[in-house]
Design a protein around this ligand. Structure first.
Ligand SMILES: C[S@@+](CC[C@H](N)C(=O)[O-])C[C@H]1O[C@@H](n2cnc3c(N)ncnc32)[C@H](O)[C@@H]1O
Length: 260
């Protein structure tokens, strides 16, 4: 078995639009509602503190999603988004180009604007983020330069959400991927990472998609062994009575770490 998820698995089985429609209408009662509230609040707090800012931020495995960048765009001059498959990039480009059939992120943009005290309107927020995204590249966390063949200057911050658990088939490869991400950062650069705890799969339509089940102890060790110092590791346990057939996750995590 390969150490990383086969690219064709995502190219063929993962329908990026169905993924967005299934999980990214905040308030619809989908299993992602709690995750979105948890991660958006923590990203907002982290950026609002002013501790994480700079010229360039790279989001690893952006795919069709933008929720993870809505607060980030206030603190960086330039954002680079990345996709592992062309199909995901195509869906993201619809939003980047403001095309009429682009996914409607309004429930999530509204929530982030509220978290930020409604300083800007929702349309303005989306335009601001679009304006900050200067490049859309392909990525593979299994490569020592995950953006190869592109070379980009080292970044001040990396964001990655629900990506390494999807990309890495073993705990060893998860560690390798973290080291590969570390190569993209400046010394003292920030890593902001969020995802599911204890998750073996999530569903996108009729497809069951692989996820590597991680816990806090594993994350602490893997991040510390990959050239980072942990600033904060937060977790959220799924309510005991919550049952979701679309995934077997036990909760979520949010990590802020700094390259040593
Ligand atoms: C659950 S999606 C998360 C997408 C997005 N970051 C989000 O938060 O909605 C998992 C992502 O992992 C990506 N992925 C799988 N293998 C990868 C690899 N080797 N390198 C980078 N990304 C990979 C998939 O293409 C997919 O977009």
């Amino acid at each position: 078995m390969s150490d990383f998820t086969n690219t064709s698995e995502y190219e063929e089985k993962f329908d990026p639009r169905l993924y967005l429609e299934s999980y990214f209408h905040l308030g619809s009662g989908s299993l992602a509602d709690d995750f979105l509230r948890f991660v958006l609040e923590n990203l907002n707090k982290t950026f609002k503190s002013g501790a994480v800012k700079g010229s360039t931020l790279i989001d690893i495995g952006t795919a069709p999603s933008i929720y993870q960048l809505l607060s980030a765009c206030e603190n960086f001059d330039e954002i680079i988004v990345t996709s592992h498959t062309k199909r995901e990039l195509k869906e993201l480009q619809k939003w980047l180009n403001n095309e009429p059939d682009a996914f409607d992120w309004s429930s999530i943009v509204k929530h982030v604007c509220e978290l930020e005290g409604n300083r800007v309107g929702q349309k303005e927020k989306e335009e601001k983020l679009r304006g900050k995204i200067k490049q859309a590249l392909m990525c593979d966390v299994g490569k020592s330069n995950p953006l190869a063949p592109q070379e980009v200057p080292k970044a001040d911050c990396l964001v990655t959400t629900v990506c390494l658990e999807a990309a890495c088939k073993s705990y060893e490869s998860y560690g390798k991927a973290l080291k590969n991400l570390c190569n993209l950062l400046k010394p003292k650069g920030h890593l902001l990472m969020a995802g599911d705890l204890g998750c073996n799969y999530y569903e996108v339509g009729s497809e069951k998609v692989f996820s590597l089940p991680v816990n806090e102890k594993f994350l602490k060790n893997a991040i510390s062994d990959s050239g980072f110092e942990i600033v904060q590791l937060l977790s959220f346990g799924k309510p005991e009575d919550a049952t979701f057939e679309a995934s077997d996750h036990e909760g979520f995590y949010f990590v802020h770490a700094q390259k040593i």
